[in-house]
Design a protein around this ligand. Structure first.
Ligand code: HEC
Ligand code: HEC
Length: 208
């Protein structure tokens, strides 16, 4: 990026204007060491995960990531995949590194939109944008945003997330297996979704 420009007025009366002109992009912050040695094996060094069962963390809100890492550590997020995988991983994260890791993943570019079967995407779009009036299911976009970017600190980003991860989590919410944080908000919503509806809305989310 050529011509990045910062200007700063020094002293209210003096009116001296300092111009800093740079010609190169600043290097992004390097990943914290534990990301490279541990987390990257599943979530990728840039937070784009290596398999659809592992969530992408790139572009996710930092407060949400902090809350989840803490809740894996203190065993409040206790769904089956949390217990079998993330409890052990989070145990290796020192408390004073949680926020640095979260900020690192939050600053990475989120996943690129995927391409999914048109009929499924269109059924999913209806649910995401308009809910399911017959069962009083609210539109997902009310909280996760029309483009799925989420609304920090409470509402996580969904855009581009893996279908397998999304449907698994919706199942955990529906069965009351994921109960940490604000997940009770999702319990009623997920309990109204059939597995067909979950697959459709997950396909649409992947295309965001
Ligand atoms: C062996 C694979 C693996 C490794 C390594 C791993 N994770 Fe995970 N991670 C997972 C799985 C699987 C889940 C989904 C857990 C669940 O369903 O509760 C997950 C979930 C998460 C989530 C929640 C994301 C969300 O959208 O709610 C965060 C945050 C996270 N991991 C951070 C980390 C950090 C930080 C490390 C490194 C210290 C790490 N993970 C290492 C597999 C892994
Ligand atoms: C009233 C607000 C609200 C609505 C509407 C809503 N959600 Fe959520 N959703 C949340 C909150 C809050 C969380 C975070 C829960 C937590 O802190 O554990 C969440 C979490 C999720 C997650 C887990 C994300 C992750 O990274 O693990 C998925 C998947 C999800 N919602 C899908 C949906 C879908 C699909 C819909 C529409 C059918 C929907 N949500 C509608 C509030 C909402």
């Amino acid at each position: 990026m050529v011509g990045n420009l910062w200007h700063k007025r020094i002293g209210s009366g003096a009116g001296i204007v300092l111009l800093l002109i740079t010609t190169g992009a600043y290097a992004a912050a390097p990943p914290p060491a534990i990301v490279t040695t541990t987390c990257a094996a599943c979530h990728g060094v840039n937070g784009i995960s290596v398999a659809p069962t592992f969530p992408d963390l790139a572009g996710q809100g930092a407060p949400y990531l902090i809350a989840q890492i803490r809740d894996f550590k203190n065993h409040k997020r206790a769904d089956p995949l949390a217990k079998s995988i993330m409890w052990g991983m989070a145990a290796t994260v020192p408390d004073n590194k949680i926020s640095e890791i979260a900020r690192y993943f939050a600053s990475q570019k989120g996943p690129a939109p995927g391409i999914e079967p048109a009929a499924l995407v269109s059924a999913g779009r209806k649910i995401y944008m308009g809910g399911i009036p017959s069962t009083n299911t609210p539109a997902c976009m009310n909280c996760h945003g029309p483009t799925g970017r989420g609304l920090p600190p409470l509402f996580p980003r969904l855009a581009g997330q893996h279908i397998a991860y999304v449907t698994t989590q919706l199942g955990y919410f529906k069965q009351g297996l994921r109960t940490n944080g604000s997940s009770n908000i999702m319990h009623t919503i997920a309990s109204k979704l059939s597995s067909k509806e979950m697959s459709a809305v997950a396909a649409f989310i992947r295309t965001l």
